[in-house]
Design a protein around this ligand. Structure first.
Ligand code: SF4
Ligand code: SF4
Length: 487
């Protein structure tokens, strides 16, 4: 690895390696005849100015660019590097795509002695690399766990993507999702009557299955809980089974809850383009809805980056602090909320329903490394596992270097869950799938539970590429819901 690493550090990648690297995939952009992207006039000046603005306003970003000592500790920690073998997918190499330009135009040493400090000119070829490799990073932050300085490549990626947006290279999938959420209120573009119909049919389906009228309320005022889920939960399996699980738990615990037409999306793709205005608009819609409905508590459903934004960013997104929203309590993750109900004995679980299963858990990266849950730092790992153990006799963890803060991304996060990137997604999933295969072989694992809509969608698509069934991946709240004793 060191020879490869040194070659990258010297910016001396052979054309053959480069060709192979580029063939892994590049996203579609909104511009260009073939969706390959088209730069706006004056793109170079715009990019350099925007990079300077970000470095001036974001001290963390500037520190990350200034403090790397090229120790190499992060090089083999990225699932995309491990999966593709592409040296430009080493986290430090990804950072260097931006760092070289920052040094060239925004540091004195880079202006005076560019060759000695790794400063490089911004060229169309380099922008081409940015538009490829900043979309082969799922912003999962695994590399930062192993960096002695905590350098977070996700922050560098977000900044780089916002520069790409400014020069006309807007990634098509992310911006289509953002357009939907701003115009219609959710990523899938489901209009109000469709949401109401879906919830009504779920109510009928559960009553048919169980004989119990479990309600799926919509837009009810003064509820104890406003549940905000990713819109995938209203649309398809295995997501919808997780929503059914939540409804059963709320029903059994006697919680007055509701969902809301105006807050029908927990996911926040603003995070993926590093644009606070998108993030704050999406967050504001949820907070305003909670306020208008008089909801006592916002509970965020199974969505990794939704929870990262809610738990880590909400308070800092608004220029005037949480002005107007202070009376709303801090948002709570669905796992923490249902864990409380089960711990208090308000819901009884029958573990025998899962006797034929052996279940493992995939820590979603945005939850495991980007947010908090409960009172103690490790509650974020403990709570989901305690929930699964409460519902199932046979729970096993994957290898320690692949779980909790060391977890591997599913390979589809960070705005990569789009068809044209399928090769990158399949390659990037390989470290996680390898860990899963080990517990299948050792313990006969039958199911992997997750608490993120992107992870669930990604695994359903990529598991068959590894000879595994799509049904292996389940919602954590589906496992709970199936075990709830209803009356
Ligand atoms: S943030 Fe994740 S995807 Fe991005 S470089 Fe680091 S390990 Fe790789
Ligand atoms: S581990 Fe940190 S300091 Fe070392 S090469 Fe990677 S980013 Fe740079």
């Amino acid at each position: 690895m060191s020879a490869l690493y040194n070659r990258i550090m010297k910016k001396n990648v052979s054309p053959k390696i480069k060709e192979r690297a580029m063939s892994h995939g590049k996203p579609f952009f909104e511009t260009g005849n073939d969706q390959s992207g088209a730069l706006v006039e004056g793109w170079k000046e715009i990019a350099i100015e925007k990079l300077g603005e970000i470095a001036d306003s974001n001290r963390g970003f500037r520190l990350f660019l200034d403090s790397c000592v090229k120790c190499g500790a992060c090089t083999d920690k990225c699932h995309y590097f491990l999966g593709t073998g592409d040296p430009l997918n080493m986290p430090v190499a990804r950072q260097d795509l931006i760092r070289g330009v920052y040094r060239r135009y925004h540091t004195l040493s880079g202006q005076l002695f560019p060759r000695f400090v790794g400063a490089v000119d911004l060229t169309e070829e380099l922008i081409e690399d940015w538009s490829t490799y900043l979309y082969q990073c799922s912003e999962c932050r695994r590399c930062s766990v192993f960096c002695p300085f905590g350098i977070d490549t996700a922050e560098v990626t977000m900044a780089g993507r916002s520069i790409l947006d400014a020069v006309g290279l807007k990634q098509k999938y992310i911006h289509a999702v953002l357009t939907n959420v701003h115009k219609i209120g959710n990523n899938l573009g489901m209009i109000g009557p469709a949401i109401a119909d879906t919830l009504e049919s779920l109510e009928e389906e559960v009553e048919e299955d169980t004989g119990v009228n479990v309600r799926f309320p919509l837009d009810e005022p003064n509820a104890e809980v406003l549940l905000v889920v990713p819109s995938a939960d209203l649309y398809t399996e295995p997501h919808v089974d997780g929503l059914i699980g939540c409804a059963k738990i709320f029903h059994q615990a006697g919680i007055r809850w509701t969902m809301a037409t105006e807050a029908s999306e927990a996911a926040n793709f603003g995070l993926f383009v590093g644009d606070d205005s998108h993030m704050s608009d999406i967050a504001e819609r949820i907070l305003t809805t909670a306020q208008n409905l008089g909801a006592g508590q916002i509970v965020i459903g199974e969505c990794g980056h939704a929870w990262r934004v809610a738990s880590s960013y909400w308070r800092s997104l608004f220029k005037d602090g949480m002005q107007g929203f202070e009376q709303l309590p801090e948002p709570v993750h669905i796992c923490e909320y249902t864990h409380g109900l089960i711990t208090e004995g308000r819901v009884r679980l029958d573990r025998t329903v899962h006797d034929s299963k052996v279940i493992t858990f995939h820590d979603s990266c945005n939850v495991a490394r980007g947010s908090k849950m409960g009172d103690q730092p490790r509650d974020i790992y403990r709570i989901p596992r305690e929930l699964l153990k409460a519902a199932c006799e046979n729970f096993v963890d994957m290898a320690p270097d692949t779980i909790c803060e060391n977890t591997f991304c599913c390979g589809g996060g960070g705005g990569l869950l789009t068809d044209e990137l399928i090769d990158v997604r399949v390659s990037g999933a390989s470290p996680r799938v390898h860990a899963l295969e080990q517990v299948i072989e050792k313990y006969g694992v039958t199911h992997m539970a997750a608490i993120c809509a992107i992870c669930k969608s990604q695994f359903r698509t990529v598991l068959p590429h590894y000879g595994l069934g799509t049904d292996m991946i389940v919602s954590l709240h589906q496992i709970l819901g199936d075990a709830v004793v209803l009356n």
